[in-house]
Design a protein around this ligand. Structure first.
Ligand SMILES: Cc1cc2nc3c(=O)[nH]c(=O)nc-3n(C[C@H](O)[C@H](O)[C@H](O)COP(=O)(O)OP(=O)(O)OC[C@H]3O[C@@H](n4cnc5c(N)ncnc54)[C@H](O)[C@@H]3O)c2cc1C
Length: 500
């Protein structure tokens, strides 16, 4: 089922055929296209993108201050050096992606304003019949493709998640979700109330606070923050020495990955010590008077939710300046003038920003079927978080939570291209993952373990996602350091792959 609004138009053009179709032109889709041109140059492919341009997340999100919270050495591709400061704005990320597209002739492969609605696999013809619609003209289009590569991300792009609070209609000011930030929103001199304190709020607040009358961050529970300079000294030093950008990119990537691995290990081994360090860091930015408890002391272990990076401590500078206040409480209801909290306190506002997250959207957001029979992705089991039992010629790029998304774009890119080349070598037109004899009694679990990682959007949508098993082959391990060695070693003669 599609969430995309399109004009009504009945006309259907004759099908176009391609070996591969990539869904989406975000970081994953553009990366997938690059891998195909390099590793499967004789394969025809097309990228369909619902929006008017490339970028995905970095096009959709237009709120003030929008920037990455991971470094672009690893959020960038392994094949294209990043030459700027590590934390980048959405515009800088799109510029980088634009260069990848231009330098590799990908523009001709991408069709914008093409939303995919449905795909049906024909077991006889061994292709997916893909139904798409042009969002500008309403024209219906049909494609026949042998392999469907889902690079559609993990959340709905048309609307963010806003809980349904009592009294919302009564509020006389404006309610805005950061994912659909209105171009005409004038927050200068206004009282702005931001609900939520995750990465989005941490990015938005320092960008708007200087212009607002006041910003209040209302959180139900605190978030972990890490701070640091938006610079990587070794990168700057190597640049001074006029080392090639390709080398700098690789050296800095390896250094960041090494440090992140050590940090993740430490979070798991000594969570209390890591927590104490992070809280001390916040105290150092806010001063001894700050109420670290309750406002900055999360209730979960570090890494159970993504840690928000605050470059140059800008969020804390906004708080210290007196322009921003943090309130830890819960919403009882909206009122005409703002919010009434469970504690009985009232917060007045002209604008309320609901930085409350996303609607999870897995590959099943497109109506999928096999031989005309609807496919429920929640009934499938994932092969390493990229393919699914019983679903032929189909892969999904779902990145990492604790490392940059794009690290997995490159790993899955290598895997899919190797798989396509293997199919050509053995003369197969279909590959379908299937549980092996010894996997049949394996317990089936939700896509992720809520004990391990449990942000709201994932918990709300977990029932829609494929299942995982209790063996490494049947899970998305979220472990880049293991997968970078395991993926290249995947053996296609394994009975987990059924070729025909
Ligand atoms: C505000 C924000 C900040 C983030 N910061 C980071 C960060 O710092 N580091 C990090 O690792 N991750 C971050 N993430 C996660 C981020 O989404 C990924 O890093 C990455 O950008 C995802 O790329 P993607 O191409 O897989 O998906 P997306 O960026 O979601 O792009 C998917 C594209 O597919 C298109 N599409 C979807 N369905 C269809 C359809 N049916 N037909 C046609 N086209 C379709 C969409 O229009 C979209 O353009 C952030 C996410 C958000 C929301």
């Amino acid at each position: 089922m599609s969430m995309i609004d399109v004009p009504a138009h009945e006309e259907t053009a004759p099908p176009e055929t391609f070996d591969v179709m990539i869904v989406g032109a975000g970081l994953s889709g553009v990366g997938a296209a690059w891998h195909l041109t390099r590793q499967c140059p004789d394969r025809s492919f097309v990228v369909l993108e619902a929006q008017e341009s490339f970028g995905g997340t970095w096009l959709t999100h237009r709120f003030p201050g929008i920037r990455s919270d991971s470094d672009l050495y690893t959020l960038g591709y392994r094949f294209k050096p990043w030459t700027g400061a590590p934390i980048a704005t959405a515009a800088e990320i799109r510029r980088y992606m634009g260069e990848v597209i231009a330098e590799n002739g990908l523009e001709a492969r991408i069709r914008y304003r093409h939303a995919i609605l449905a795909a049906d696999w024909s077991p006889e013809a061994k292709h997916w019949t893909v139904e798409a619609v042009r969002t500008d003209t309403g024209q219906r289009l049909r494609f026949a493709v042998n392999f469907l590569w889902m690079c559609q991300g993990y959340y709905r792009h048309d609307a963010g998640y806003t809980p349904d609070w009592d009294g919302m209609a009564a509020f006389k000011g404006r309610i805005v979700h950061p994912q659909t930030w209105p171009d005409d929103l004038d927050y200068r001199g206004k009282r702005v109330l931001v609900i939520g304190s995750g990465a989005t709020a941490a990015t938005l607040v320092p960008a708007i606070a200087p212009d607002c009358d006041h910003v209040t961050i209302l959180q139900r529970s605190p978030t972990f923050y890490r701070t640091g300079r938006n610079a990587i000294p070794i990168a700057d030093e190597l640049r001074q020495l006029q080392i090639k950008e390709e080398w700098i990119h690789e050296i800095v990537r390896q250094k960041i990955l090494y440090e992140q691995a050590a940090f993740t290990r430490r979070c798991l081994a000594e969570p209390d010590a890591v927590k104490a360090d992070m809280l001390a860091d916040v105290r150092a930015h806010l001063g001894p008077e700050a109420e670290i408890d309750p406002h900055f002391t999360p209730r979960y272990r570090p890494w159970r939710q993504r840690i928000a990076f605050v470059p140059n401590g800008d969020l804390f500078a906004a708080i210290r300046s007196g322009k921003t206040t943090v309130v830890t409480d819960e919403i009882e209801r909206f009122t005409e003038t703002g919010l009434l909290l469970k504690s009985g306190k009232a917060l007045a506002a002209d604008i309320i920003v609901t930085a409350t997250g996303f609607h999870l959207s897995g590959p099943g957001a497109i109506a999928l079927s096999i031989g005309g029979k609807p496919l429920d992705m929640a009934e499938t089991v994932t092969y390493r978080g990229m393919m699914f039992t019983g679903v032929p010629n189909f892969a999904w790029i779902f990145g990492y939570f604790r490392a940059s998304w794009t690290l997995r774009v490159d790993l899955v890119g290598d895997f899919v291209c190797r798989l396509l080349n293997h199919m050509r070598e053995v003369g197969a037109r279909e590959v379908t993952p299937a549980l092996r004899e010894e996997d049949r009694d394996m317990p089936l679990l939700p896509w992720t373990d809520p004990e391990d990682f449990n942000p709201g959007y994932l918990m709300r949508g977990l029932h829609l996602l494929p299942k995982r098993g209790d063996k490494p082959d049947w899970q998305h391990s979220q472990d880049y350091w293991a997968e970078k060695d395991q993926f290249p070693a995947i053996d296609f003669t394994d009975p987990a792959f059924r070729f025909s």
